[in-house]
Design a protein around this ligand. Structure first.
Ligand SMILES: Nc1ncnc2c1ncn2[C@@H]1O[C@H](COP(=O)(O)OP(=O)(O)OP(=O)(O)O)[C@@H](O)[C@H]1O
Ligand SMILES: [Mg+2]
Length: 256
Protein backbone atom coordinates (compact mmCIF):
# COMPACT_ATOMS: atom_id res chain seq x y z
CA UNK A 1 0.00 0.00 0.00
CA UNK A 2 3.10 2.16 0.38
CA UNK A 3 2.68 4.08 -2.81
CA UNK A 4 -1.07 4.18 -3.45
CA UNK A 5 -3.14 7.31 -2.88
CA UNK A 6 -6.89 7.82 -3.21
CA UNK A 7 -7.94 11.24 -4.52
CA UNK A 8 -11.34 11.54 -2.96
CA UNK A 9 -14.14 13.78 -1.69
CA UNK A 10 -17.75 12.70 -1.96
CA UNK A 11 -18.71 16.23 -2.93
CA UNK A 12 -19.02 16.52 -6.69
CA UNK A 13 -17.07 18.89 -8.90
CA UNK A 14 -14.40 19.91 -6.38
CA UNK A 15 -11.42 19.11 -8.61
CA UNK A 16 -10.73 15.45 -7.85
CA UNK A 17 -10.21 14.42 -11.45
CA UNK A 18 -8.30 17.58 -12.36
CA UNK A 19 -6.02 16.95 -9.39
CA UNK A 20 -5.59 13.22 -10.07
CA UNK A 21 -4.68 13.77 -13.75
CA UNK A 22 -2.45 16.80 -13.24
CA UNK A 23 -0.70 15.57 -10.11
CA UNK A 24 -0.02 12.27 -11.94
CA UNK A 25 1.40 14.21 -14.89
CA UNK A 26 3.48 16.52 -12.69
CA UNK A 27 4.91 13.61 -10.69
CA UNK A 28 5.83 11.95 -13.98
CA UNK A 29 7.47 15.21 -15.15
CA UNK A 30 9.57 15.03 -11.98
CA UNK A 31 10.88 11.68 -13.14
CA UNK A 32 8.58 9.42 -11.13
CA UNK A 33 6.96 6.31 -12.50
CA UNK A 34 3.24 6.88 -12.13
CA UNK A 35 -0.01 5.00 -12.66
CA UNK A 36 -3.36 6.78 -12.67
CA UNK A 37 -6.39 4.59 -11.95
CA UNK A 38 -9.80 5.82 -13.09
CA UNK A 39 -12.26 4.44 -10.55
CA UNK A 40 -15.16 6.74 -11.44
CA UNK A 41 -17.77 5.33 -13.87
CA UNK A 42 -18.00 8.85 -15.39
CA UNK A 43 -14.56 8.11 -16.84
CA UNK A 44 -13.46 11.75 -16.81
CA UNK A 45 -9.86 10.89 -15.94
CA UNK A 46 -9.70 8.43 -18.85
CA UNK A 47 -11.01 11.04 -21.28
CA UNK A 48 -8.72 13.69 -19.80
CA UNK A 49 -5.78 11.39 -20.57
CA UNK A 50 -6.86 10.98 -24.18
CA UNK A 51 -8.19 7.43 -23.75
CA UNK A 52 -11.18 6.79 -26.01
CA UNK A 53 -13.70 5.07 -23.74
CA UNK A 54 -15.33 3.32 -26.70
CA UNK A 55 -12.02 1.64 -27.53
CA UNK A 56 -11.18 0.34 -24.08
CA UNK A 57 -10.53 -3.36 -24.17
CA UNK A 58 -10.19 -4.07 -20.46
CA UNK A 59 -11.09 -1.53 -17.82
CA UNK A 60 -10.92 -0.95 -14.08
CA UNK A 61 -14.29 -2.75 -13.98
CA UNK A 62 -12.66 -5.98 -15.22
CA UNK A 63 -9.81 -5.51 -12.77
CA UNK A 64 -11.95 -4.89 -9.69
CA UNK A 65 -14.25 -7.79 -10.61
CA UNK A 66 -11.13 -10.01 -11.03
CA UNK A 67 -11.98 -10.65 -14.67
CA UNK A 68 -8.66 -9.22 -15.89
CA UNK A 69 -5.21 -8.65 -14.46
CA UNK A 70 -4.29 -5.02 -13.85
CA UNK A 71 -1.25 -5.38 -16.08
CA UNK A 72 -3.48 -6.38 -19.01
CA UNK A 73 -5.79 -3.39 -18.57
CA UNK A 74 -3.13 -0.69 -18.07
CA UNK A 75 -2.43 1.50 -21.11
CA UNK A 76 0.43 3.88 -21.88
CA UNK A 77 -1.09 6.68 -23.98
CA UNK A 78 1.37 8.02 -26.56
CA UNK A 79 1.16 11.66 -25.45
CA UNK A 80 1.63 10.91 -21.75
CA UNK A 81 4.58 10.11 -19.55
CA UNK A 82 2.51 7.99 -17.15
CA UNK A 83 0.29 4.91 -17.35
CA UNK A 84 -3.47 4.78 -17.03
CA UNK A 85 -5.89 2.10 -15.90
CA UNK A 86 -8.94 3.47 -17.68
CA UNK A 87 -12.63 2.93 -17.11
CA UNK A 88 -15.94 3.20 -18.85
CA UNK A 89 -19.55 3.08 -17.81
CA UNK A 90 -19.33 -0.69 -17.12
CA UNK A 91 -17.95 0.29 -13.74
CA UNK A 92 -21.42 1.45 -12.67
CA UNK A 93 -22.42 -2.23 -12.49
CA UNK A 94 -19.52 -2.99 -10.15
CA UNK A 95 -21.13 -0.89 -7.40
CA UNK A 96 -23.93 -3.44 -7.16
CA UNK A 97 -22.03 -6.58 -8.17
CA UNK A 98 -19.37 -6.01 -5.51
CA UNK A 99 -22.01 -6.37 -2.81
CA UNK A 100 -22.25 -10.08 -3.62
CA UNK A 101 -18.59 -11.06 -3.74
CA UNK A 102 -16.10 -12.26 -1.14
CA UNK A 103 -13.65 -9.72 0.24
CA UNK A 104 -15.69 -7.06 -1.51
CA UNK A 105 -13.84 -4.17 0.14
CA UNK A 106 -10.43 -5.64 -0.73
CA UNK A 107 -10.86 -6.31 -4.44
CA UNK A 108 -8.77 -3.40 -5.69
CA UNK A 109 -6.03 -3.94 -3.11
CA UNK A 110 -5.69 -7.57 -4.16
CA UNK A 111 -5.82 -6.70 -7.85
CA UNK A 112 -2.94 -4.21 -7.50
CA UNK A 113 -0.66 -6.44 -5.45
CA UNK A 114 1.35 -7.74 -8.39
CA UNK A 115 1.58 -4.39 -10.21
CA UNK A 116 2.23 -1.76 -7.58
CA UNK A 117 5.96 -2.34 -7.31
CA UNK A 118 6.38 -1.20 -10.89
CA UNK A 119 5.43 2.35 -9.88
CA UNK A 120 6.71 5.07 -7.56
CA UNK A 121 3.19 6.44 -7.16
CA UNK A 122 -0.29 5.17 -7.96
CA UNK A 123 -3.14 7.71 -7.81
CA UNK A 124 -6.80 6.65 -7.80
CA UNK A 125 -9.46 9.06 -9.07
CA UNK A 126 -12.59 8.29 -7.01
CA UNK A 127 -16.26 8.91 -7.82
CA UNK A 128 -18.20 11.61 -5.93
CA UNK A 129 -19.66 9.22 -3.36
CA UNK A 130 -18.63 7.08 -0.43
CA UNK A 131 -19.60 3.99 -2.39
CA UNK A 132 -18.09 0.51 -2.51
CA UNK A 133 -15.71 1.81 -5.21
CA UNK A 134 -14.39 4.54 -2.92
CA UNK A 135 -14.16 2.04 -0.05
CA UNK A 136 -12.07 -0.22 -2.32
CA UNK A 137 -9.79 2.72 -3.12
CA UNK A 138 -9.37 3.54 0.58
CA UNK A 139 -8.65 -0.07 1.53
CA UNK A 140 -5.98 -0.25 -1.20
CA UNK A 141 -4.32 3.07 -0.29
CA UNK A 142 -1.66 4.39 2.01
CA UNK A 143 -2.91 7.94 1.85
CA UNK A 144 -5.98 10.03 1.18
CA UNK A 145 -5.67 13.19 -0.88
CA UNK A 146 -8.69 15.46 -0.45
CA UNK A 147 -9.29 18.29 -2.93
CA UNK A 148 -11.37 21.04 -1.35
CA UNK A 149 -13.09 23.91 -3.06
CA UNK A 150 -13.05 26.74 -0.54
CA UNK A 151 -16.77 27.49 -0.54
CA UNK A 152 -19.47 27.75 2.09
CA UNK A 153 -20.40 24.06 2.01
CA UNK A 154 -16.82 22.80 1.71
CA UNK A 155 -16.50 21.62 5.29
CA UNK A 156 -19.92 20.00 5.31
CA UNK A 157 -19.54 16.40 4.25
CA UNK A 158 -15.88 16.42 5.12
CA UNK A 159 -16.75 14.89 8.49
CA UNK A 160 -18.47 11.89 6.88
CA UNK A 161 -15.41 11.35 4.69
CA UNK A 162 -13.16 11.52 7.76
CA UNK A 163 -15.43 9.08 9.60
CA UNK A 164 -15.27 6.67 6.68
CA UNK A 165 -11.47 6.93 6.64
CA UNK A 166 -11.38 6.23 10.40
CA UNK A 167 -13.72 3.24 10.06
CA UNK A 168 -11.61 1.74 7.27
CA UNK A 169 -8.44 2.37 9.25
CA UNK A 170 -9.87 0.43 12.19
CA UNK A 171 -11.41 -2.44 10.26
CA UNK A 172 -9.47 -3.02 7.11
CA UNK A 173 -6.42 -0.83 6.58
CA UNK A 174 -4.54 0.32 9.71
CA UNK A 175 -1.90 2.05 7.57
CA UNK A 176 -4.38 4.51 6.05
CA UNK A 177 -3.60 8.19 6.69
CA UNK A 178 -4.87 11.52 5.45
CA UNK A 179 -2.00 12.65 3.23
CA UNK A 180 -3.32 16.13 2.77
CA UNK A 181 -6.02 18.55 1.76
CA UNK A 182 -5.60 20.57 -1.41
CA UNK A 183 -7.29 23.90 -1.94
CA UNK A 184 -8.58 23.88 -5.53
CA UNK A 185 -10.11 26.46 -7.89
CA UNK A 186 -8.90 29.07 -5.45
CA UNK A 187 -9.67 32.72 -6.02
CA UNK A 188 -7.57 34.83 -3.65
CA UNK A 189 -9.77 37.90 -4.27
CA UNK A 190 -12.75 36.08 -2.80
CA UNK A 191 -13.22 36.81 0.94
CA UNK A 192 -15.17 33.64 1.58
CA UNK A 193 -12.47 31.51 -0.06
CA UNK A 194 -9.87 33.07 2.24
CA UNK A 195 -12.10 32.56 5.26
CA UNK A 196 -12.71 28.87 4.47
CA UNK A 197 -9.01 28.42 3.76
CA UNK A 198 -8.17 29.80 7.22
CA UNK A 199 -10.72 27.46 8.80
CA UNK A 200 -9.12 24.51 7.04
CA UNK A 201 -5.74 25.44 8.48
CA UNK A 202 -7.22 25.80 11.98
CA UNK A 203 -8.79 22.32 11.74
CA UNK A 204 -6.18 20.44 9.74
CA UNK A 205 -2.99 22.41 10.28
CA UNK A 206 -0.04 20.80 8.48
CA UNK A 207 -2.33 18.43 6.60
CA UNK A 208 -3.24 21.34 4.31
CA UNK A 209 -0.81 21.46 1.38
CA UNK A 210 0.93 24.83 1.06
CA UNK A 211 0.52 24.69 -2.70
CA UNK A 212 -2.78 26.21 -3.72
CA UNK A 213 -4.43 25.44 -7.06
CA UNK A 214 -5.85 28.65 -8.54
CA UNK A 215 -8.89 28.83 -10.75
CA UNK A 216 -7.31 28.76 -14.19
CA UNK A 217 -9.11 28.28 -17.48
CA UNK A 218 -6.22 26.26 -18.94
CA UNK A 219 -6.97 23.52 -16.40
CA UNK A 220 -10.57 23.37 -17.60
CA UNK A 221 -9.56 23.40 -21.28
CA UNK A 222 -6.84 20.74 -21.19
CA UNK A 223 -9.19 17.68 -20.86
CA UNK A 224 -10.91 18.50 -24.16
CA UNK A 225 -7.49 18.04 -25.78
CA UNK A 226 -7.01 14.74 -23.93
CA UNK A 227 -3.83 15.87 -22.20
CA UNK A 228 -2.81 17.17 -18.76
CA UNK A 229 -2.18 20.89 -18.45
CA UNK A 230 1.64 20.50 -18.47
CA UNK A 231 1.35 19.26 -22.04
CA UNK A 232 -1.37 21.73 -23.03
CA UNK A 233 0.08 24.95 -21.60
CA UNK A 234 3.18 24.39 -19.54
CA UNK A 235 3.60 27.99 -18.47
CA UNK A 236 -0.01 28.48 -17.34
CA UNK A 237 -0.72 29.24 -13.68
CA UNK A 238 -2.54 25.93 -13.38
CA UNK A 239 0.41 23.96 -14.68
CA UNK A 240 2.88 25.77 -12.43
CA UNK A 241 0.61 25.17 -9.41
CA UNK A 242 0.36 21.42 -10.04
CA UNK A 243 4.14 21.18 -10.56
CA UNK A 244 4.64 22.92 -7.20
CA UNK A 245 2.12 20.56 -5.60
CA UNK A 246 3.99 17.55 -7.00
CA UNK A 247 7.29 18.81 -5.52
CA UNK A 248 5.65 19.38 -2.15
CA UNK A 249 4.05 15.93 -2.30
CA UNK A 250 7.38 14.24 -3.11
CA UNK A 251 9.11 16.15 -0.31
CA UNK A 252 6.46 15.13 2.21
CA UNK A 253 6.56 11.50 1.17
CA UNK A 254 10.35 11.43 1.47
CA UNK A 255 10.11 12.64 5.05
CA UNK A 256 7.43 10.10 5.93
N1 LIG B 1 -8.34 24.92 -10.82
C1 LIG B 1 -9.33 24.91 -11.73
N2 LIG B 1 -9.56 26.00 -12.49
C2 LIG B 1 -10.57 26.03 -13.39
N3 LIG B 1 -11.41 25.01 -13.61
C3 LIG B 1 -11.23 23.89 -12.88
C4 LIG B 1 -10.19 23.78 -11.91
N4 LIG B 1 -10.26 22.54 -11.34
C5 LIG B 1 -11.29 21.93 -11.92
N5 LIG B 1 -11.89 22.72 -12.84
C6 LIG B 1 -13.07 22.42 -13.65
O1 LIG B 1 -14.15 22.23 -12.75
C7 LIG B 1 -14.95 21.12 -13.13
C8 LIG B 1 -14.95 20.06 -12.03
O2 LIG B 1 -13.62 19.57 -11.85
P1 LIG B 1 -13.31 18.03 -11.74
O3 LIG B 1 -13.98 17.26 -12.80
O4 LIG B 1 -11.85 17.89 -11.58
O5 LIG B 1 -14.03 17.74 -10.35
P2 LIG B 1 -14.41 16.31 -9.72
O6 LIG B 1 -14.36 16.51 -8.24
O7 LIG B 1 -13.58 15.25 -10.30
O8 LIG B 1 -15.91 16.14 -10.22
P3 LIG B 1 -16.82 14.81 -10.03
O9 LIG B 1 -17.25 14.87 -8.60
O10 LIG B 1 -17.93 14.98 -11.00
O11 LIG B 1 -15.94 13.62 -10.33
C9 LIG B 1 -14.36 20.62 -14.45
O12 LIG B 1 -15.05 21.21 -15.50
C10 LIG B 1 -12.92 21.11 -14.40
O13 LIG B 1 -12.38 21.32 -15.68
MG1 LIG C 1 -14.15 13.45 -11.18
Amino acid sequence: MGNIFAVTNQKGGVGKTTTAVNLAASLAESGKKVLLIDLDPQGNASTGCGVDKAEINKSSYDVIMAEAKAIDAIVSPEDLSFDVLPTNVDLTAAEVQLLDVNLREHRLRLALESTRDRYDFILIDCPPSLSMLTVNALVASKGVIIPIQCEYYALEGLSSLLKTVERIKQRANPALEITGLIRTMFDARNNLANQVSRQLIVHFDKKVFHSIIPRNVRLAEAPSHGVPVVSYDRSSRGSIAYMALASEFIRREKNN
